[in-house]
Every structure is written in C-alpha cells, then in structure tokens.
Design a protein around this ligand. Structure first.
Ligand code: TRP
Length: 333
C-alpha cells in the first residue's frame, strides 16, 4: 500500500531562479500539505534537457533547487524530496505511456508550440513527448493532487486523459489526478507590466523579484515598480500597478487591504513601495540564509537526494509491476 494518505506530487525544473510568485503562490504553502498528504516533490532534471543545458550549470541548479525547497520550509523527513533522473521508472513508464498517447494530442500542446518557436534549431523528440514524461511522473505515485501553475493546466489535463484511457483499455491501474491551481500565485504580476504575470523567464530583470535576490536589489526593484497615475494607496483592480503591490504586501505581512489602506493613509506611493520592499526582503532573509547554509553542505543535500530516491523508487516499483502485468510484460519478482 502507498499508505492511507492521499498523495501529492509536484515537479519543478532545476532553473534555480524561482520568483516571489513561485514562493507565495506555491512553495511557501507546500509544507502545510505534509500533515494530511503523502508528498513527493521532484526536481525534474530530465525535463530540463529538452532544451540545451550546460552540464555544470544543470548540476549546480539541481542542488540549488533542492536546497531552495528545503529552505522554503519543506522538511525532508516529512516530504519525499528527490531528483527525477535518480528514479529510472520515470523513463520506463514514459515509454510505455508514450505508446498510448497520440501524435495529435501532443501536437496540440501550446507549450510545445511555444518552445518550438523559441528553440527553432532544436525541436527534438523530447520536447514533443515532454507531457508524457510529466504524466508518468504523476501517475507513477498514484497521485491524487498536483499543485501546479495555470500554465501547466493543459499538460495536467493530458495526464488525466492518459490515465483514464489506460484504465479503460487495460483495467484499473492509475489514480486519476486532480490539479490544484493556486490563486495567489496567479495574482503576482510583473513589476514593470502589471497586467502580465511575473515570469521567471522575463528578459526584463526589473519585472521580476527572485527569492534569492539580495536586499538592495529587492528594494531597488520595488522602488522602480510601475504604478498608476494617482497617489493614494487604495485597492482598485482598475489600477493594476498598485493593486499588485498591495497584493504582494498582503501576502508577506498578512495584513488585509483595508488595514494597508489605513497604514498608508496620507502617505504617497514612495513610502509604500519602500515598505513593500522591506517586507519582502525581511520575509526572504531567513530563506536565503538557510539556502546558503545548505549549498555549503553538498554532502547533506546528496543524502537527502539518496533517501528521497529510495522512497520514491519503492513507491514507483509497485505501480510499475502493475503496469507490466497489465501490458503483458513478464514481471519477474
Ligand atoms: N512541466 C512542469 C513545469 O514546467 C514541471 C513538471 C514536470 C511537473 N513534471 C511534473 C509539475 C509533474 C507537476 C507534476 O512547471
């Protein structure tokens, strides 16, 4: 048995550059899940190589991403934290599920279309079958719930369809997962163009605050944040610049909008932007300190990876044995 608890699985690419949008909308809230769910958080290095990577950088960012997860509050004793390439079953299941996923389905994925435009010189087969690997990540652990950003909704829908089809053709094998799309994270917008989402790959670095940005950088970015005409700190969706800053301030301080309005009554945007910067930098300081401490201890990070991979592999093996039998492969004990 996987245990009575329901299962959560999420994957994050080893880009290292997570933003305060990722933090507030996702990672910060992940630690609470471990009370109720069996949680698997995976650094998806196999997904990362669908675009060209510099090996030394990929390796460093894989450590960094794991360290950042732990620094953001995910306790390796309570969550299974692991690296995708350390559990070969992900690739194995991916091949098997790929054989029941249609070319047409994969052709409709908007991320594939976007990425093939962006990397026109490297439209490789992995880029195309990326969603099958993602479905395998999820289905291997009989996942109930998948916390993801809204941009992954289409991939999640495909994972559900792959599971439903397999269950229908071969007999009940996979739990059909639900997505958990957090609302707060979607609300963190770019600092320079507050009608667009804050995106870690935005070429304009002033638009994005990264979890690992030093304090002076954070203060500077908020000071330069685009606000609307007007000078009152008042929540109004028609003034997306100030609304975004208020939403960020609210997330970091826990204060509600009316409270924030009172706090900054009669004070201008300048004061408020400085306060948002301070609140953000203060909240991130302990995360950054813990991150540095962990990055200085690769031995510890590797021990987490190892223990995580063992736990994950054990859970994955149960699903693989079922899948092998369903498909007609000989499952040697
Ligand atoms: N494709 C996801 C992204 O780019 C990462 C990912 C890979 C993932 N496997 C997953 C997310 C499984 C959730 C579940 O963000």
């Amino acid at each position: 048995m996987l245990g009575e608890n329901k299962v959560i699985f999420s994957g994050v690419q080893p880009s290292g550059n997570l933003t305060i949008g990722n933090y507030l909308g996702a990672i910060r809230n992940f630690s609470a899940f471990s009370e109720e769910y069996r949680c698997f958080y995976c650094v998806v290095d196999l997904h990362a190589v669908t675009v060209r990577q510099v090996p030394a950088e990929l390796r460093r960012r894989t450590y960094e991403t794991l360290a950042l997860y732990i620094a953001c509050g995910l306790d390796p004793e309570k969550n299974t934290l692991f690296v995708q390439s350390h559990v070969p079953a992900h690739c194995e299941l991916s091949w098997m599920l790929g054989c029941s996923t249609m070319f047409g389905e994969l052709s409709r994925m908007t991320q594939f279309k976007d990425k093939s435009q962006k990397h026109a010189d490297n439209i490789n087969a992995g880029l195309f079958t990326y969603p099958v690997l993602m479905a395998s990540d999820i289905l291997l652990y009989q996942t109930d719930l998948v916390p993801v950003g809204i941009d992954q909704k289409q991939h999640l829908e495909l994972a559900r369809n792959i599971a439903i089809r397999f269950n229908h053709l071969m007999g009940d094998t996979f739990t059909v997962p639900d997505g958990y799309i957090s609302k707060d994270g979607m609300k963190i917008m770019s600092l320079t163009e507050p009608t667009a989402k804050m995106s870690k790959s935005d070429p304009n670095k002033n638009a994005v605050v990264y979890i690992l940005d030093p304090k002076d950088e954070i203060l500077r970015k908020f000071r330069r944040a685009v606000t609307d005409s007007g000078s009152e700190v008042r929540y109004d969706e028609d003034r997306p610049g100030i609304a975004n800053l208020m939403s960020i301030y609210r997330c970091f301080t826990g204060k509600e909008y009316d409270e924030i309005e009172r706090e900054f009554d009669g004070r201008g945007y300048g004061d408020f932007k400085a306060a948002v910067g301070e609140a953000c930098a203060d909240a991130l300081a302990p995360v950054q300190a813990e991150f540095s401490r962990l990055m200085a201890d690769k031995g510890y990070l590797e021990s987490v990876m190892k223990a995580g991979a063992e736990t994950a592999a054990r859970a994955a093996a149960r699903t693989m044995s079922k899948v092998r039998r369903r498909l007609g492969f000989i499952d040697l004990k």
